[in-house]
Design a protein around this ligand. Structure first.
Ligand code: AHR
Length: 500
């Protein structure tokens, strides 16, 4: 079976947006405690941050981190997490049925972001709280000084403001599971009022309104429309969340999850543009895909059920990812890159331990899940402009999405370095596809690298005992001859080509 792809550097979607390589740290399970933060760990630095996790975060190529939730934020009091650690209260965290010690808060997050080299993205509690508390946090975090809350920050040891510019106006407010869940009209108004007031303090903020928790939500489409009708002029982005799995045993559809993401993005863009038309505005809203990943319910490894216990940092949804999951993650990144013109931010959820590319053991090692690799390679290679491509591919029949191309791809071209990167997946479980890539319109003459994720055992995983069971492997089939690159994509595989 064969496929073909034509590339032309003149056909551009948009510049590669580094913010697409974001991640997410929530006060949930062991993402913060014994994930990124573990004073007393052999690798802990003077702030209690695990250096092994910091190193892996940098290797992953994460550009931005959303914090502190997630469902957690909808019951969170930010004041609990600032000031002297010994005075911080322990609280019930209703979202994850745990006890929050507040030993990690805003100051720690700011320092950790500095060390990890990532941009902070801060979520506000619009579940149990509202405009005033959002303004208080903004004043504490961003105002230089000379007011009660900015002076309190200085007193807490932070002379310079944190300067957080990107804020989420709540989290998943469309979900009945959310603390303080609202109707679209209620939430849209609260988002508008919060955004309006925050902009009176600082005009250069970027604000994200909550969109849908998934494309399957009963309110999907109308939620975005109704929320944006209330707050369009005050916000920059609308969020989208999506998690995929093959729990029903339908691996064929699971491998085509990026088709769902494509349709999700297209539908939200259409809805936002519809509201723009109604409002007769030329302003364009972009998508903040600030939670996306593979997430299993049943197959979640080492998950403590909530039971009656209220524990500190219990194990929650510590999914163990296999080769198929890594191929899907690579494909979801292809979808996000392809939509670089309308996706302003994206965050793989989450960063450590909780459905995460990085795993740790308390007092033990840290390792890369299978899904770490396509993320790190894509973040490392994507540069310059995202290119619109012409792809011919055999198709596969899926129960969930109908007939879809078995190959999916995206390319980026960096004029400055002359480097071309091509990211490809073969979503078929049946057999390989030989693809011919026409590069004759590009200046490339050399294959620098051809790395992929593929394994004869699609269920193979990385564990503390075997952390490198699944790593990227060289694809030796790649050839470049007379303006054509040929490469064989094995069944269920993800591949990245670096050409120059
Ligand atoms: O990432 C885990 C959870 O998934 C988040 O807290 C929530 O926003 C979503 O439902």
């Amino acid at each position: 079976t064969s496929a073909s792809l034509v590339l032309d550097p003149a056909f551009r979607v948009a510049p590669v947006n580094r913010r697409i390589f974001g991640s997410f740290v929530e006060h949930m399970g062991r993402c913060v405690y014994t994930g990124i933060y573990e004073p007393g760990h052999a690798t802990a630095d003077e702030d209690g941050f695990r250096k092994d996790v910091l190193e892996l975060t940098r290797e992953l190529g994460v550009s931005l981190v959303r914090y502190p939730g997630g469902n957690f934020v909808s019951g969170y009091r930010w004041e609990d997490g600032v000031g002297p650690r010994e005075a911080r209260p322990r609280r019930l965290d209703l979202a994850w049925h745990s006890v929050e010690t507040n030993q990690f808060g805003l100051a720690e997050f700011d320092r950790w972001c500095g060390k990890a080299g990532v941009e902070p993205m801060m979520a506000l509690n619009l579940g149990t709280r509202g405009v005033q508390e959002a303004l208080d946090l903004q004043e504490y975090a961003n105002h230089a000084g000379g007011t009660a809350l900015s002076d309190l920050r200085v007193q807490h040891g932070a002379e310079s403001p944190y300067g957080i510019k990107l804020w989420c106006l709540g989290n998943e407010m469309d979900g009945p599971w959310q603390i303080g869940h609202k109707t679209a009209a209620e939430y849209g108004r609260l988002a508008a009022e919060t955004a309006r007031a925050m902009r009176m303090v600082e005009n250069d903020l970027e604000l994200v309104a909550c969109g849908s928790s998934s494309r399957a939500m009963p309110t999907f489409g109308s939620w975005e429309r109704d929320v944006l009708r209330e707050c369009y002029e005050f916000v920059d982005h609308i969020s989208a969340h999506a998690y995929y799995n093959d729990e029903e045993g339908d691996t064929v559809s699971f491998l085509a999850s990026a088709v769902d993401m494509d349709r999700f993005i297209d539908a939200v863009v259409a809805t936002a543009d519809h509201v723009a038309a109604e409002l007769k505005t030329d302003k364009k809203i972009t998508i903040s895909f600030d939670e996306w990943n593979v997430w299993y319910g049943e197959r979640s490894r080492r998950t403590d059920g909530p039971g009656d216990a209220w524990e500190v940092a219990p194990r929650r949804i510590e999914d163990e990812y296999n080769v198929t999951d890594a191929v899907v993650v690579g494909n979801l990144l292809i979808s996000l890159l392809r939509h670089s013109d309308r996706v302003g931010v994206a965050c793989i959820a989450q960063l450590a331990n909780v459905i995460a590319p990085i795993m740790t053991e308390p007092d033990g090692s840290a390792w890369r899940q299978t899904t770490f690799h396509p993320f790190a390679i894509t973040s490392g290679l994507a540069a310059g402009q995202v290119l619109r491509i012409e792809l011919e591919s055999p198709s596969i029949r899926t129960a969930k999405y109908g007939e879809v191309p078995s190959v999916d791809a995206v390319a980026t071209y960096d004029e400055e370095s002359g480097k071309l990167a091509v990211f490809l997946v073969n979503r078929s479980i049946d057999g390989p596809v030989d693809i011919t890539i026409d590069t004759s319109r590009t200046p490339v003459t050399e294959v620098l690298d051809a790395l992929g994720i593929h394994d004869d055992d699609r269920d193979a995983v990385n564990t503390a005992q075997h952390p490198d069971r699944v790593t990227p492997t060289k694809n030796d089939s790649v050839r470049l001859d007379g303006g054509k690159v040929t490469v064989t994509l094995p069944a269920t595989s993800w591949t990245a080509l670096s050409l120059a």
